[in-house]
Write a protein that binds this ligand. Structure first.
Ligand code: FE
Length: 235
């Protein structure tokens, strides 16, 4: 109805069933309206990498950023920070009861002891999966995530679909990730904030008795630490 009203007013109905208003020469206004997609979006940068480089050059010339510091940040997030850090934490919690207790009591302190701290890792809370409860992490507002432990969040974590659906139908979302939980297992969804970042401590697989911490760390995946996977022993 709304579309029809608009269409009869100033707009035209496109081939795809979308419509486009005649907004004159204002390309920004046009970009905000639903419209036909037969044409390229001139407002999108032709090459995002090129624009990033241009911005970097500009900021450097203005003395607003230090290129060496930028290289250090890129190196950190490309090589030093990632799910391998969280996996070490989980493996340690599996073999070291005292560490597990500290992790559940004060995760920020526990992971700092292992050298994992920094931006987006200031307030970490660890939540442990048990036979009765499975934990699942989301940031319904945006994409808050424990960077020092898991690195940069994957695209699905930031997607509207995950953020909205995981709260309403966590079991269905888990099923789409290939996780089928018994009906009596309760699912607890934790909503991250700018203040608190969650780390899921997955359940240790049964047939890993006697494994070293290093071997255990190798089977702990990023998704398992967000709650969208279970840890399994590779066949
Ligand atoms: Fe967020």
């Amino acid at each position: 109805m709304v579309q029809a009203a608009f269409a009869s007013n100033r707009g035209v109905v496109g081939k795809s069933g979308h419509f486009a208003l005649d907004l004159g020469g204002d390309p920004f206004a046009r970009s905000l309206m639903p419209h036909d997609h037969d044409h390229p979006h001139a407002l999108l940068p032709p090459d995002p990498a090129l624009r990033v480089k241009a911005l970097e050059t500009l900021l450097e010339r203005k003395g607003l950023i230090d290129p060496a510091a930028l290289d250090e940040i890129i190196d950190t997030y490309s090589h030093k920070v990632g799910p391998q850090n969280g996996a070490k934490v989980v493996a340690k919690a599996w073999v070291d009861q005292d560490f597990r207790d500290l992790l559940l009591r004060d995760a920020t302190a526990a992971v700092s002891n292992l050298g994992f701290y920094g931006r987006q890792g200031e307030h970490v809370v660890a939540v442990e999966n048990t036979p009765a409860r499975h934990n699942l992490v989301v940031c319904t507002l945006c994409s808050c995530y424990p960077w020092p432990l898991l690195g940069i969040p994957p695209a699905w974590y930031k997607s509207d679909a995950y953020r909205a659906r995981v709260v309403r139908e966590p079991r269905a979302v888990l099923s789409e990730f290939g996780v089928e939980l018994p009906p009596d297992v309760k699912i607890r969804v934790w909503d991250s904030t700018a203040e608190i970042r969650y780390l899921v401590i997955p359940r240790r697989p049964d047939d890993t008795e006697g494994w070293s911490e290093e071997a255990l760390a190798r089977i702990v995946t990023r998704n398992a630490m967000v709650g969208t996977a279970l840890v399994e022993v590779p066949a």
